[in-house]
Design a protein around this ligand. Structure first.
Ligand SMILES: C[S@@+](CC[C@H](N)C(=O)[O-])C[C@H]1O[C@@H](n2cnc3c(N)ncnc32)[C@H](O)[C@@H]1O
Length: 189
């Protein structure tokens, strides 16, 4: 894996693999270069994925990455902010997994980064739309100012979720300043 902080992504993918069933519906809220969308595609051979990004080049890159792996999972790409992801429909079923890999695209324009307000807006809609045993996977990158603010806001938001209904876990690699972090937010049955 090319990303310099691969352990948090590898861990996220392990969660996804354990959680998802082949016929599930999942959403990738920030598809970027399509690495995560491809993982979802491979985990859902009879399922469906919606993938969002606000950059046409991101959708193009995701489309190209998926081309060699067509068949099985149905993937729909949307040039659309994840803040208004609920305008993309019909949803095939309630999503069992919604994935946020926040921040900016490595090697791309760093000013095109996810923003706290729209991320929180998206999360509020996501958590309401999840299936009864659905989950969120949220990766944050506090290595830049906007990412640091966004991570704090997402942490505050996730910490407030009632423990009777949600299990919320935080993973962080602790021997590196401003290392990326992963939150797993699972709905309790
Ligand atoms: C860290 S990258 C995602 C990497 C991607 N998951 C992959 O596997 O390559 C973050 C992405 O979020 C996108 N983004 C920024 N603001 C967004 C928004 N409001 N809605 C959807 N995507 C957004 C950026 O364009 C960027 O591609």
């Amino acid at each position: 894996m090319k990303h310099p902080y691969a352990p948090h992504l590898a861990l996220a993918h392990t969660y996804w693999k354990k959680h998802l069933l082949p016929t599930d519906f999942a959403i990738d809220m920030t598809c970027g270069n399509g690495h995560d969308t491809l993982v979802l595609h491979q985990l859902l051979p009879e399922g469906e994925v919606f993938a969002f990004d606000i950059q046409p080049s991101a959708l193009q890159n995701t489309e190209e990455r998926l081309q060699a792996h067509r068949g099985g999972c149905k993937v729909r790409l949307f040039l659309h902010s994840h803040a208004n992801w609920d305008e993309a429909h019909p949803l095939p079923q309630a999503p069992r997994l919604i994935v946020y890999n926040l921040g900016y695209l490595p090697g791309s324009d760093k000013t095109v980064t996810t923003q706290t307000a729209s991320t929180l807006q998206s999360l509020a809609k996501a958590i309401a739309a999840l299936s009864i045993d659905g989950a969120l996977s949220i990766t944050c990158y506090p290595g830049h100012l906007i990412g640091k603010q966004e991570e704090k806001a997402v942490l505050d938001w996730a910490s407030e979720l009632p423990s009777a209904k949600w299990e919320v876990c935080l993973h962080r690699w602790i021997n590196r300043v401003d290392a990326p972090s992963l939150r797993w937010v699972g709905r309790k049955l």
